[in-house]
Design a binder for this molecule. Sequence first.
Ligand code: EPU
Length: 356
Amino acid sequence: MLVEKNVPLQPLNTFHIVAKAHALVRIRQEDDLRAVIADPLWRTEAKLVLGGGSNMVLTGDVKPLVLKVEIKGMRLVGESSKAFIVEAGGGENWHEFVVWTLKQGYPGLENMALIPGTVGAAPVQNIGAYGVELQDRFDTLDAMDLNTGQVFTLNAAQCAFGYRDSVFKHGGTQSDGAHQSLGLKGRAMILRVRFALPKIWKPVLGYADIEKKMSEQACTTPTALQIFDWVCAIRRAKLPDPAIIGNVGSFFKNPTVSLEQCADIIARDPKVVHYRMDDGTVKLAAGWLIDSCGWKGKTVGQAGVYEKQALVLVNKGAGVDGAGATGGEVMTLARAIQTSVYERFGIRLEIEPVVV
Ligand code: EPU
């Protein structure tokens, strides 16, 4: 087992924040993780699972042992009358996996093209974009218990997926009134994820940006590849490329409010961007709320609000090699935004990435 010491984490997090891991082990196969768990030196040490580092804000050097997921492999593992079951290793790059599925003739993930990060991190926050969430295409996943080394399989219900949420984001015991479940935050590593990709594919349209592309190109029946190209173009136009400008995508979740609360806000701000949900609540566009408080382009030190999309915080410092923003600057900016949105709209914005 190779334990690397004092490893620079700047190239391993998409915010490009400078920090070090006191110790890091690369997990290329299940047995690498078993070796860590069996090792008397590391067995009881705190551990941090690191995927693509695309949903994480580092606020200092990382003391827990960093387990860098590098498990690879993409294959068809089965099929039912309705779907192809496709599996990918937790360390595969998400976008490369989406490209591979399309090349193999298994459409279904195209709306989630170009989301930064790894396959193993995707279920943690139930990634989603342009009308499709991971849970809509999810079959099962295998994970290893970091204490016992046991491998277990979870279906969608056991993952307790929600909007940018899952059992992997919560610690302790959770209860929804009827059921109790144990949160898996910090307790497991996702090894492999399986997806059920529909044999009878239907495009997921309806999202404003996609509708716009359809009318621009006078196209009413797009193929999966066309949607893939559109999603890539839309994302490239409004979201910063983390390879060039450090960021973790949306920094806050879009908040949900009751119809009454929404009516109050509309009475004061008729332009508020909002979407009615199936359960009768209303989702508000956090980007609009932040934007209308005047935050676009504002900075704290080297941390800034992206000029083209106020929901994204960026590292204004140099790219991967420079010093750039500290995690403290990012969090100071985030808290100032939360305060100003709360003072104006009475809404508490929830931070989306994991703060380490
Ligand atoms: N808006 C503004 N000003 C801004 C930003 C947005 O007025 O600065 C308005 C837009 O004009 C639009 C609305 O807010 O009317 C929503 O914006 P957008 O369509 O860009 O989507 P979003 O709600 O900001 C969400 C996801 C993204 C995902 C897109 C597309 C969350 C937290 N974010 O963003 O996911 O790509 O929808 O489906 O749900 C991510 O999670 O990292 C992410 C990028």
